[in-house]
Design a protein around this ligand. Structure first.
Ligand code: GLA
Length: 735
């Protein structure tokens, strides 16, 4: 890891792991992008790139430049001054003009990594883990200063980026505001367009489906305008060479540490270069910068791999487990929980929960989570949100008494909240109708019979912190599931002045992060899991506050193969909330075998979500087998490296994956049949991640062979009989 400035060419090279990123400062101050990819030795790469050919835009006259802004590869391009592609920044001046052309002022290389004001971000455990470059650019005509931050990490092909924008005034004038309309986190340019681009698209109960499309001329975007990172598109993309796959090819990952509306836009231009910008969605966004004020963008996490998608994912996993997730639970084995949602929905009381806990205890389950319905007036989803007071009448006792009874049964206790939301039918809404986001002159659009609270308001945040604190202090609570079940519409705050009205989207997020920080730091021993109608907010920002996320309301093991496959592209297995649920499955009606449901739930945090009383004896007994498997392999799954072997998107008959321990001594392979047919051809699987020259024994097959044979030739997957069976193979190194 090193960041080096070459005086002669005025180039800066960031060496991150086995990759390099190079930029150059031109004589007239344009800061241009030169390269990102496998490590290079040279600083001055300009001779290898085209510049100034063709049109003469900006090369003479008043605004003389070194490179034509129309096709210059820029580090942080402004709009309105000759660069016609998607901008990283635009700013509206008080006189109604809008042009930004940023020029170099200075740069600084420092050990460590600065925090981002009010925003979640990758952090360091020690200062010597990373180095940071901060380049200051300025447009003196509109008074916009930007500081571009780039951090590189020891031994990882990672660069994190964010930008701090400020209004420094024009000349002697320090009284003119600016309005930001684009304030992206990063812009990365590629001198080619020969890439395919990944989108993790989806819907409720069908999150993070994998879709690759070739880049084409013009722009293509992945985005959310919903106020949340969303089920529909994850704030993540990859540009990859056309033939790249799991094990080979160049891939470039982009992930935004943000839970709000985002935009990732790729533009292929007239010269077949590609620009990728990523950040807060400029749609309906405006931010007023008074003189002296600053705006900090969310963080972008960029990963390079020249060994395909698998290597890229493992880089994200490594970074996120050690430098994004935080707190006491970061490295700790998670308890095996049972959640009562699919067991009871809203129909429960303390006796029913204690019953479930007692049965769960006898099966070896360690924690009971009481889901939605314990507070206010809440027997369905149309009332009560906002009234965070225990409904003792419904429960039949106080929360402390219930928790004690569950504790007597031998289980820890967890609880569900949906703090950001309010039902119009609630005491909170009746007392404070203006606390909900809505436009006074318009009817309110409800989602799941609810409105979102105005998280930009301090009194709203204080109310939530006070209510949650009170409840979490009232009993011995070990776990919180933090839910959020609608998108933002009529996003309008009663308290923001008109000229700051469009700041609400981002101010909501800043307020939300403030509440998360206050609650999670006040209860450091509590394990938090985030949720948004399942996986509607599975993003790195949530992982900063809560080390696991409920992946999807779809608990069907076969559908989960795809959902978890897509999720694993960026997010570590230990962050993926996964439970065994009942059959016929509540979302699909499918009947996957109990052991297969267990195998798929093992690819995550592992838990249960069903009515144990309704299981037949043989299923109940299999819980013991599943828990034994979990106990045996928990460390390997939690701390090992993850390899995707067969994609459920590319192979309709099966899916397969494996975990390898960091010391390469043990591995676990799991295969799940998606589809079975008679007299099918033998199905072969090739392993990954083993030591080529070491001998490994596949316990279940009684085969001992070198890693290279198992990885290069592979072996035939053992036959299975019946729908959706699974195979689990344990592999041990000899010596
Ligand atoms: C959301 C969650 C579910 C459950 C319900 C409760 O849909 O994703 O897991 O908690 O809310 O209302």
């Amino acid at each position: 890891m090193a960041i080096t400035f070459d005086e002669q060419s005025r180039s800066i090279k960031l060496d991150a792991g086995t990759s390099s990123y190079v930029l150059q400062i031109l004589p007239k101050g344009q800061v241009v992008h030169r390269y990102w990819g496998a490590a290079v030795s040279d600083f001055d790469l300009s001779a290898l790139l085209e510049s100034n050919s063709g049109e003469s835009l900006g090369l003479d006259g008043e605004n003389t430049l070194d490179e034509n802004p129309d096709h210059m590869l820029a580090e942080y391009p402004g709009g309105g001054a000759g660069d016609f592609r998607v901008p990283a920044v635009t700013a509206l001046a008080a006189d109604g003009s809008s042009a930004v052309d940023l020029r170099y002022v200075s740069h600084e290389i420092q050990q460590g990594k600065p925090a981002l004001a009010g925003l979640p971000a990758v952090y360091l455990n020690n200062d010597d883990e990373a180095e940071t470059l901060a380049i200051t650019l300025e447009d003196k005509y509109c008074g916009l200063r930007t500081v571009l931050y780039y951090t590189v990490f020891a031994g990882l092909n990672v660069i994190t980026r964010h930008t701090v924008l400020s209004n420094v005034g024009v000349g002697a004038r320090h009284d003119v505001p600016l309005q930001l309309n684009y304030a992206m986190s990063s812009c990365v340019e590629f001198s080619s367009s020969n890439y395919k681009m990944l989108g993790l698209y989806g819907a409720w109960a069908r999150e993070r489906q994998v879709e690759w499309l070739p880049l084409r001329h013009g722009t293509q975007s992945l985005q959310s305008r919903r106020g949340y990172s969303s089920h529909q598109m994850n704030p993540f993309t990859v540009l990859a060479t056309p033939s790249a796959d799991e094990v080979q090819g160049e891939v470039y990952g982009f992930n935004l540490v943000y839970s709000g509306s985002f935009l990732i836009e790729a533009e292929v231009d007239q010269k077949d270069t590609t620009r990728v910008v990523m950040g807060i969605n400029p749609y309906d966004f405006a931010w007023k910068l008074e003189p002296g004020e600053t705006f900090t963008t969310p963080e972008a996490v960029l990963v390079y791999s020249n060994a395909g998608m698998g290597e890229m994912s493992r880089t994200y996993h490594r970074l996120y487990t050690k430098n994004l997730c935080r707190g006491a639970w970061r490295d700790k084995r998670r308890p095996i929980l049972i959640n009562n949602w699919e067991a009871t929905y809203f129909k429960f009381n303390a006796d029913k929960l204690v019953n479930l806990a007692e049965q769960a205890a006898s099966a070896g389950i360690e924690m009971l989570v009481m889901d939605d319905g314990w507070f206010g007036k809440r027997d369905g989803d149309n009332s009560g949100l906002g009234d965070w007071f225990v409904n003792e009448e419904k429960l039949g006792c106080s929360l402390a008494e219930l928790v004690e009874r569950v504790d007597d049964a031998g289980l820890k206790f967890g609880i569900w909240f949906e703090p950001e939301m309010v039902n119009p039918d609630s005491d909170l809404f009746r007392a404070h109708p203006d606390w909900a986001l809505s436009i006074p002159s318009r009817p309110k659009t409800l989602g799941r019979h609810q409105l979102a609270l105005d998280m930009s308001r301090k009194e709203v945040r204080d109310y939530l912190v006070e209510r949650l604190t009170d409840i979490l202090n009232s009993a011995d609570i070990s776990y919180v599931k933090w839910d959020c079940n609608r998108y933002l519409s009529e996003a309008f705050s009663a308290t923001l002045p008109a000229e700051r009205g469009r700041e609400i989207w981002h101010r909501y997020m800043l307020g939300f992060y403030d509440v998360l920080e206050r609650i999670t730091s006040a209860f450091p021993k509590v394990l938090f899991e985030s949720c948004a109608s399942g996986g509607g907010r599975f993003d790195p920002a949530m992982l900063y506050y809560m080390p696991q996320t409920w992946t999807s309301d779809n608990t069907d093991a076969i559908d989960r193969l795809k959902i978890q496959y897509g999720t694993s592209f960026a997010y570590p297995i230990r962050t993926i909330g996964a439970h065994v649920s009942a059959t016929p499955n509540h979302q699909t009606g499918r009947n996957a075998p109990f052991m297969t449901r267990g195998a798929v739930a093992l690819q995550g945090t592992f838990g249960y979500e069903l009515d144990l009383a309704k299981l037949d004896e043989s299923e109940f007994d299999q819980i013991e087998d599943q828990i034994d498997l979990y106990q045996e392999y928990q460390k390997l799954i939690f701390g090992g490296d993850f390899y995707r072997l067969i994609s459920p998107f590319e192979d309709s008959t099966q899916a397969a994956w494996m975990y390898v321990s960091p010391d390469k001594k043990s591995a676990l392979v799991q295969v799940v049949m998606q589809h079975i047919s008679g007299n099918h051809a033998p199905r072969r699987i090739r392993l990954q991640g083993l030591e080529p020259q070491s001998l490994y024994k596949i316990e279940e097959l009684g085969v001992t062979l070198h890693g290279d044979s198992l990885m290069n030739l592979g072996f035939i997957i053992p036959e299975s009989w019946g729908d959706h069976q699974s195979v689990c193979l344990t592999i041990k190194r000899k010596g």
